[in-house]
Design a protein around this ligand. Structure first.
Ligand code: FAD
Ligand code: NAP
Length: 607
């Protein structure tokens, strides 16, 4: 005899059970949910991203919602929501649904009754973009035994420049940039060498074409090396442009316009960025960007560089070092986001070494005056502070005003991947997963992350290990060391002085600083009191070093080691306790005892 309570609801109870069973049985995907539950939303988003329609019963909006929960408890042993059923099979709550998705079970359940969806995916992983992040991720995934494809395709610049496998860093970024920087440094070394006793009669001049040929040959060998590495690891490489055409499916279009189609369980977006243009008359017709510069078949001659960040200052620096007449047109400040004292010091060194700066002006029109290699261009520019207009004639105009993420024409709208409309960047969680669970993103296209090669590589490699190697290690985007390869290199790690003050308050930080004179510069007697180092310490945390900045030769080499020390949590006391290496530039950081607050002179008179 059932208890009285059950006796009362028995007829309704059976009817309700039948109703719930019918709902489960008659829908491909049935989700019992509550409107305010974030886990329910996550599960619904998952099915949406898979392009699968689901039926949802919001129990908080249904009169007999609590009773339906009781029925579900009896049927499945689960009272909580979401409660998910696929083709009549009970999957479970949010965690179980995602587990089923990651193991492929969910896809199998979804496919039951629909033959085409039973077909396995072509690949475990498809990576779109064969640059720093994409190559690292694909090679690691293949090493872990997965079936991987990489697609890489370079859309030619408006002037028709294109290049091989490896992405920005190898072809039109770090590698040719650092080699041209080196070519410029050698020019300075040649001048210094006379003071060290080297005697040579012949006139020294630089041959642009010879330099470009040597650098491009080296890049060619790197492109080849990347292809071989992919082949060795059995990664399928396709030189084609990829775009999503549906859930888990892409179309690849090669140079001849031939289309092929591929599916994969997971996708990694690593499409990087391309230089932005100014959007003024003549920019795409007559100007070049960094994408054209490093393979330019003729010497650029008198050059106007537009922009004032990394790319602009680095290119302006080596062009001037190679003997070009160079002007930089700055819209506002140098190296936005960097410590401004350091940025101004780096700029001042460039200025004393022949680079001209036009501040607070932007170009409004570029016209061609003469054909040639190089030809002659006229640039009209407007003040950012008033109506003043100026004009100038240059052989080459290099636009370096930032880069746009390549996320527009890859079909992300077709699968629902969210993109920041303002900057084209892709938001992702701390595991590089986008809002569509099977799509991940690494490298320059990630929102709010650093645009640096080692960052893209680290993120790509660790992502593959988490996806396929059982690892849970995430990419650490904090305190990443970096260096700007201006003629006087600027290396840094951690916070700028402005940022430290903003975060902790001026009274809670101590800045130690000093000028230094590299021993190598003493004999040629050049540039005393220009190299500079500073460390920013947090007084509230045992004087822990929270910012490291160095302006001097080989700043990249110096900063790398201090970057490791900062990761280990180095304090000012530990820096003082470190014995320096003499005679080096880096030793200045082991003997810094002048605080900026003291106002004491830091000028050097000897080594
Ligand atoms: P990328 O390396 O740009 O690779 C993306 C690849 O995807 C490209 O080959 C692209 O053609 C391809 N692609 C795009 N869309 C598609 C598609 N739909 N289908 C197929 N393929 C596609 N970083 C440093 O750490 N140190 C430096 O010194 C340095 N110097 C730089 C100098 C310059 C001039 C520039 C421009 C950048 C520099 N960087 C430097 C930044 C560094 O190059 C980038 O951070 C890094 O290359 C980003 O890697 P990624 O994998 O995100 O993209
Ligand atoms: P960026 O950091 O975005 O800087 C863009 C520059 O262009 C700024 O100076 C900006 O001035 C200026 N600008 C923007 N629009 C302009 C306009 N309409 N007219 C005139 N000036 C304009 O771009 P980037 O130098 O191309 O560098 C991109 C990324 O590549 C960097 O963030 C970096 O991570 C990476 N990179 C790294 C290295 C390295 O590690 N050594 C080297 C190169 C590049 P405002 O300040 O006024 O906005």
């Amino acid at each position: 005899m059932p208890p009285p309570q059950q006796q009362v609801r028995l007829p309704d109870w059976d009817a309700l059970k039948l109703r719930v069973r019918t709902l489960i049985g008659s829908h491909r995907v049935m989700i019992f949910s509550k409107t305010y539950c974030p886990f329910c939303r996550k599960v619904k988003d998952l099915f949406h991203s898979l392009g699968v329609e689901c039926s949802v019963l919001e129990l908080d909006k249904t009169d007999d919602g609590p009773s339906i929960q009781e029925v579900l408890l009896e049927l499945t042993g689960q009272r909580t929501v979401p409660n998910v059923f696929v083709n009549g099979t009970h999957v479970g709550g949010c965690d179980q649904t995602f587990q089923a998705y990651h193991s492929g079970l969910l896809q199998k359940l979804l496919g039951a009754g629909k033959d085409e969806e039973m077909e396995p995916y072509d690949y475990d992983l498809i990576v779109i973009g064969g640059g720093s992040g994409g190559l690292a991720c694909s090679k690691e995934a293949a090493t872990l035994g997965k079936k991987v494809m990489v697609l890489d395709y370079v859309v030619p610049t408006p002037l028709g420049t294109t290049w091989g496998l490896g992405g920005t860093c190898v072809n039109v970024g770090c590698i040719p940039k650092k080699l041209m920087h080196q070519a410029a440094l050698l020019g300075q070394a040649l001048q210094d060498s006379r003071k060290f006793g080297w005697e040579y009669d012949q006139q020294v001049k630089h041959n642009w074409e010879a330099m470009v040929e040597a650098i491009q040959n080296y890049i060619g060998s790197l492109n080849w090396g990347y292809r071989m590495a992919l082949r060795d690891k059995s990664v399928t490489y396709i030189n084609a442009y990829a775009e999503f055409i549906g859930s888990h499916k892409i179309k690849a279009t090669n140079r001849k316009g031939q289309e092929t189609f591929y599916t994969a369980q997971a996708f990694v977006l690593a499409t990087g960025e391309r230089p932005r243009y100014l959007g003024i008359p003549g920019d795409k017709e007559y100007c070049i960007t960094s994408d054209d510069l490093f393979s330019l078949p003729y010497c650029p001659g008198k050059t106007l560089v537009v922009g004032a960040s990394y790319v602009a200052l680095e290119c302006a620096g080596f062009l001037a070092g190679l003997g070009m007449d160079v002007t930089v047109m700055v819209r506002s400040i140098l190296l936005r986001g960097f410590d401004q004292e350091m940025a101004e010091r780096a700029g001042a060194y460039m200025e004393t070494h022949g680079v001209k700066f036009i501040r607070k002006f932007v170009p409004v029109e570029v016209t061609k005056l003469e054909e040639g290699m190089p030809g002659k261009l006229k640039v009209v520019a407007k003040s950012t502070e008033g109506s003043q207009m100026i004009e100038g004639e240059y052989n080459t105009v290099l636009i370096a005003v930032g880069r746009d993420a390549c996320t527009k024409n890859i079909g992300l709208d077709k699968i629902g991947v969210k993109v920041n409309e303002k900057n084209g960047k892709i938001p992702a969680n701390d595991e590089e997963q986008t809002n569509v669970p099977y799509v991940y993103a690494v490298g320059d296209i990630l929102e709010g992350k650093l645009e640096l090669t080692p960052v893209a590589i680290q993120a790509g490699k660790l992502l593959a290990r988490r996806l396929f190697g059982g690892s849970n290690l995430k990419c650490d985007y904090v305190n990443v060391p970096t260096t700007v390869f201006t003629p006087l290199e600027y290396g840094c790690c951690g916070l700028s002085e402005e940022r430290a003050i903003e975060q902790l308050g001026k009274e809670n930080i101590e800045v130690y600083h000093n000028l230094f004179w590299p021993l190598e510069w003493t004999i040629p007697d050049r540039d005393n009191n220009t190299c500079y180092g500073k460390v920013i310490c947090n007084k509230l945390d045992n004087n822990r070093v929270i910012g490291f900045h160095v302006l001097g030769p080989n700043a990249g080499e110096i900063t790398q080691g201090f970057g490791a020390a900062i990761k280990c949590g180095i304090t000012k006391a530990l820096l003082d306790d470190t014995i320096g290496i003499h005679p080096t530039c880096a030793e200045v950081f082991t003997t810094m005892d002048i605080t900026k607050a003291s106002g004491q002179s830091i000028a050097q008179s000897g080594c």
